[in-house]
Design a protein around this ligand. Structure first.
Ligand code: ADP
Ligand code: ASP
Ligand code: MG
Length: 411
């Protein structure tokens, strides 16, 4: 008997009608003899509503209490979906993360799954029940409720599929697969039949929110076949593949990701001496702030400008920390910019093709878009630009790399 883990995101269960529609789909799947573990998100908008409520209580809500609050969203949908399934004569049972015993570390609001107990789920499946699990949540060693970070229901689904050795994990959302870029930004973005695990990992980490990055990491670690599909229309979706096909066969660029959540900080006129980068970043990392891109430039006067990016939520705090440092180190000045965006091109085919960066920079300059920072790896190139040009940049690159056309093999 095939076993599938099926995850339905917020929009897919956003109203009573949508929950009924999902129940209809599950009834048809169960009728084909499939064993089903269903993971659901909170109804769309609910998690944001709860975050806004919390912020009315205290400006930076206590993380443990935040998790108690946010986990309620998913608890509502598991119960409602079970009722809709029972109404159709299917035996179904709901579980919160803690009830399944999805054990996590204690990093509230961004906890990591450590272990999943599959016993209760297996018992229900063997008894012919559909099991409905609340996404995005778990329980730490002390029994406190934890959540897995925004978008975390994807990770619950893939982790459950790994623990249960499911045949496939299906992520149902409001688009019918993974596209060459966000179809909400580029009209002629194209659905990909397949995307390599490496590319999906880059796309997710560079800002494509279609899958939470940790879900992709889980898929890679446990070799879980993951397919992204629409809950609104039928279709094959996009399969994440693990096969090491010859990169020569791959288009240079498979997709474009972007991120509006970063901000840039610059320390101007630092002396060009060993240890200075570490002095600048030490207070930032000591405050638990993650740094993404870093660029350092030595000018003619042997003075260095040191620029880095952080998440926009950490911008104010980072600026304060740098201002303290500036007084201590007698630095010329500290500057910052919140109105930036990062645009990245991703593709395993880049490994075997030269000139990708030139093509990217040419296309952006032809539109008068100034590049502020650049970072590269074997399979991606990212640039930081002024936020107001983000959509233009994504569209420009999408056509420069002919992503709207079916891929042709370049030699
Ligand atoms: P869910 O609530 O189902 O988890 P999300 O909003 O988290 O859905 O993810 C789906 C959204 O991801 C789409 O509506 C789309 O706007 C966005 N998205 C960003 N990049 C891509 C991409 N490359 N392909 C498909 N969707 C993308
Ligand atoms: N409800 C959570 C969120 O909005 C988790 C999820 O939907 O995956 O982030
Ligand atoms: Mg999501």
């Amino acid at each position: 008997m095939a076993l599938y883990v099926k995850k339905f995101g917020g929009t897919s269960v956003g109203t009573a009608e949508r929950i009924h529609a999902v129940a209809d789909q599950l009834v048809a799947m169960a009728a084909r003899g499939e064993q089903l573990v269903v993971v659901v998100s909170a109804m769309s908008g609910e998690t944001n509503r709860l975050v806004a409520l919390a912020e009315q209580m205290m400006p930076q809500p206590a993380p443990r209490e935040m998790d108690v609050l946010l986990s309620t969203g998913e608890q509502v949908t598991i119960a409602l979906l079970c009722m809709a399934l029972m109404q159709r004569g299917l035996e179904a049972r709901s579980y919160t993360g803690a009830q399944v015993r999805i054990t996590t570390d204690s990093a509230h609001t961004k906890a990591r799954i450590q272990h999943i107990d599959d016993q209760a789920i297996r018992r229900d499946l063997n008894a012919g029940r559909v099991v409905v699990v609340a996404g995005f949540q778990g329980m730490d060693g002390e029994g406190s409720i934890t959540t897995l970070g925004r978008g975390g229901s994807d990770t619950t689904a893939v982790a459950l599929a790994a623990a249960l050795k499911a045949d496939e994990c299906h992520i149902y959302t409001d688009v019918d697969g993974v596209y060459t870029t966000d179809p909400r930004v580029v009209d002629n973005a194209r659905r990909l039949e397949t995307i390599t695990f490496e590319e999906m990992l880059e796309m997710a980490s560079l800002g494509s929110k279609v899958l939470q990055i940790r879900s992709v990491e889980f898929a890679g670690k446990y070799n879980v076949p993951v397919r992204v599909l629409s809950s609104f229309k039928e279709g094959p979706g996009t399969l994440i593949t693990f096969d090491d096909e010859d990169d020569m066969e791959k288009p240079m660029v498979s997709g474009i990701a972007f991120n509006r959540d970063e901000a840039k900080l610059t320390v101007i006129g630092v002396s060009d001496t060993p240890g200075i980068a570490s002095r600048i970043l030490k207070p930032i990392s000591a405050a638990g702030i993650e740094v993404d891109m870093i660029v350092q430039n030595v000018g003619a006067d042997d003075r260095t400008d040191f620029t880095f990016t952080v998440h926009r939520n950490d911008y104010r705090r980072s600026l304060e920390l740098l201002q303290i440092l500036a007084t201590e180190l007698d630095l010329k000045s500290v500057a910052g910019d919140e109105k930036i965006a990062k645009v990245s091109i991703v593709g395993v085919g880049m490994r075997s093709h030269a000139g990708v960066a030139t093509r990217m920079f040419d296309a952006l300059s032809a539109e008068g878009i100034n590049i502020q920072m650049i970072s590269t790896s074997e399979i991606k190139i990212s640039v930081v630009i002024n936020e107001k040009y983000l959509e233009l940049a994504v569209r420009t690159l999408h056509s420069a790399f002919e992503l709207d056309k079916a891929p042709t093999v370049t030699q």
